[in-house]
Design a protein around this ligand. Structure first.
Ligand SMILES: [Cu+2]
Length: 351
């Protein structure tokens, strides 16, 4: 509410200044003077100073307001590099911004029209043109080089020891697939997709699929300090895997597998301590407007220690076993949850 009143007051002040200026202009015309008097130029010059000071103060207020609402420190190696790049870019462009804005307003103020002042015109200067073209071009090229380097790092081939996880977007959630004990993801075919028991269209003729684990709730479990490569896909429209805490994102395009890889450096538990927030979760957001449920397309990344990860993997049943309890291979885990599946089947039969 108070912000609204401040904005309203600022707008009112500007309207008053404008109206006063206009009124004095009319008075000058009635008096038979030039259209704008030197007095009016003076008012405009001071108003410009006010705009500059007010604008800078606004920047300061914004910064104070959002300072504590920023994301915590980057939780991946690439993320730290990205943050560094942003810092360098912000400082460089910030310095140029302050210098040029200060000069702009200073010139408008210092060289306002006064009695006896004549304008000085010069049409062209090769030296000046060369200077203000090459200096920004070189500066921009350096900044872009940083960006390309980081982009190449996240999209290049992952290290050989990277774990591979597939993440598929669909309206409106993420499906995450892990390769299981054989460390290989089986073949998929979109014609086999079945919402009830084959959400990614796994081809059951491919033995690699038998141990694949699927998290339909979009839980991406990764091991701290171990590179992970994401194979990204979509089942319907274009989505985007957004990993804000790791400073990464990549489009999920139907029919095309895109990839990124990263090395998470802070476990979820450590991040809870760092942010002093016991409910902290790393978020997977859909960063591409994809339909009416876009806002709810949220997954989570769980960064865990190797021991925690092993425990989690062992607690999971393969997607095949989950959906074909009757034909579960002897080697597959046949623990208590089987009763659940039987109960589910019974329910279906009753329907
Ligand atoms: Cu989406």
């Amino acid at each position: 509410m108070s912000i609204f009143i401040i904005v309203l007051l600022t707008a009112l002040v500007f309207i008053i200044i404008y109206q006063v200026g206009k009124a004095s202009e009319h008075v000058s015309v009635l008096r038979g003077e030039d259209k704008l008097s030197y007095k009016t130029y003076n008012i405009i010059a001071w108003a410009l100073v006010l705009v500059f000071v007010g604008g800078m103060y606004g920047l300061y207020i914004c910064n104070e307001h959002f300072k504590d609402k920023m994301l915590p420190d980057a939780a991946s190696v690439t993320g730290v590099n990205y943050d560094q790049m942003f810092k360098v870019t912000l400082i460089t462009t910030g310095l140029v911004f302050f210098a040029t804005q200060a000069l702009l307003f200073w010139f408008a103020f210092r060289y306002k029209s006064t009695e006896g002042r004549k304008s000085f015109y010069f049409a062209h200067s090769n030296k000046l043109e060369l200077l203000w073209t090459t200096v920004p071009a070189i500066a921009m090229a350096i900044l872009v080089a940083f960006g390309l380097k980081n982009w190449a790092a996240q999209t290049s081939d992952a290290p050989a020891d990277a774990s591979v996880v597939e993440i598929v977007g669909k309206q409106f959630n993420w499906v995450v697939r892990y390769p299981g004990a054989d460390n290989e993801l089986g073949k998929r075919n979109y014609t086999l997709i079945n919402e009830a028991n084959n959400v990614l269209g796994l081809d059951w003729k491919d033995p690699h699929n038998m141990d694949d684990i699927i998290s339909g709730t979009g839980e991406l479990h990764v091991v701290v300090n171990k590179p992970v490569k994401l194979l990204i896909n979509s089942r319907d429209v274009i989505h985007d895997v957004g990993l804000p805490h790791f400073r990464m994102k990549m489009d999920a395009v139907p029919g095309i597998t895109t990839t990124i890889w990263f090395t998470p450096t802070i476990t979820t538990d450590s991040m809870k301590a760092i942010t002093k927030n016991p409910n902290f979760v790393y978020e997977i957001s859909c960063d591409q407007m994809c339909g009416k449920g876009h806002y709810s397309m949220r997954g989570t990344v769980i960064v865990e220690t190797p021991e925690q990860h092993k425990k989690w993997i062992e607690s999971q049943k393969s997607y095949y076993v989950e959906n074909h309890p009757e034909t579960a291979p002897a080697a597959a885990p046949t623990a208590a949850p089987k009763a659940d599946s039987v109960a589910k089947d019974k329910k279906v039969a009753l329907k």
